[in-house]
Write a protein that binds this ligand. Structure first.
Ligand SMILES: [Zn+2]
Length: 327
């Protein structure tokens, strides 16, 4: 478990999961008025470690949580904050029941741990096996119980933490339905959740490229000094600019491949990685191509994903390119 705490501004802190692979999500903390934790990690051991690290600066367990969106890697530690108010966008409680139900991932990790099951899965779903084995290196999803948000909002929500204003701004759906960014204007800090992946290939689920660009432009307008991304190291606005350039590049290249009649998988094998080959898990490119294709085909924006198929496609892209299989 490679986790570290960094002070971001006077009262803002971050715990960063430094491997920056799938599920390695960051958490934030605002050390005012009883304390606010932003996102609660992917499993109970990581959540406990996060609590320990932030515990160096807070005076007692924080009374408020914000979930930036509904994905499991941001909400699965909620249960450790007993009695806390949990704030999120109105869509999040219902969405969490579907996308953050821990059973699927528990089954996956137990499946790959069992040799006969793993061997049976290997030929049909090599990517699922690879992803499960990678996750087992760092994660144990046992014991997770979903604890849903208790306070929901629609477009904006403001907190006054003993005079420090905190603005929650709904920006979804761009990476997921409930996407919310948290702006602390006095300290020029934005906690972005997964609308920014830093030095790692973004994984987007529900939403449009147009909406994602709008959100990134909004962050630029807020002109923060420090950004705590959902995944990856801290950055300034260069992190926003790079994210936007990546998404624009992938959407444009996907359009060319789509017009040529290539499948999303073929496109993801062919599109030049350029500088993005240096980011974590570059073969996750497949997901961003598939999202572009969904838009080009006018699919329903919330069309579900088959996770095993996604892991397998990423596996095939990595193999075709001769790069490490990494999620
Ligand atoms: Zn995430």
């Amino acid at each position: 478990m490679k986790m570290a705490m960094q002070q971001v501004s006077n009262n803002c802190f971050a715990v960063l999961c430094e491997k920056n692979r799938v599920c390695d999500a960051n958490s934030g903390f605002i050390n005012r008025a009883g304390g606010v934790v932003i996102d609660t990690q992917s499993d109970l051991p990581h959540a406990r470690q996060m609590i320990k690290l932030f515990g160096k600066v807070w005076r007692g367990m924080p009374t408020r949580i914000i979930n930036t969106h509904e994905d499991g890697d941001h909400v699965w530690g909620n249960q450790l904050f007993e009695g806390a108010e949990i704030i999120a966008h109105r869509s999040v409680p219902e969405r969490m029941k579907h996308v953050a139900n821990p059973e699927e991932i528990q089954k996956m990790l137990h499946g790959v741990a069992d040799l006969p099951t793993r061997q049976a899965l290997q030929s049909a779903h090599p990517g699922l096996v690879a992803a499960g084995l990678q996750l087992r290196e760092d994660y144990n999803f046992d014991g997770i119980e979903l604890v849903l948000p208790t306070t929901v909002f629609d477009t904006c929500y403001e907190l006054d933490l003993d005079g420090t204003e905190v603005h929650l701004i709904y920006v979804g759906p761009c990476h997921q339905v409930g996407d919310t960014i948290i702006h602390v204007p006095n300290e020029r800090v934005v906690f972005t959740g997964d609308v920014i992946f830093r030095q790692g290939t973004p994984m987007g689920w529900v939403g449009t490229y147009a909406k994602w660009f709008q959100c990134l432009d909004l962050i630029l307008q807020l002109n923060p000094e420090v950004i705590v991304p959902g995944h990856g190291p801290l950055c300034g606005i260069e992190g926003v600019v790079e994210m936007k350039a990546y998404l624009q590049y992938v959407r444009d290249e996907s359009r060319k491949c789509f017009d040529e009649g290539l499948s999303a998988l073929e496109a993801a094998k062919r599109i030049e990685l350029g500088p993005y080959g240096e980011w974590r898990a570059p073969a996750r490119l497949y997901m961003n191509v598939e999202r572009a294709y969904r838009e080009f085909r006018n699919d329903a924006p919330d069309a579900p994903w088959d996770h095993a198929a996604v892991f397998d496609a990423v596996y095939q892209v990595a193999k075709a390119r001769g790069i490490e299989v990494e999620y």
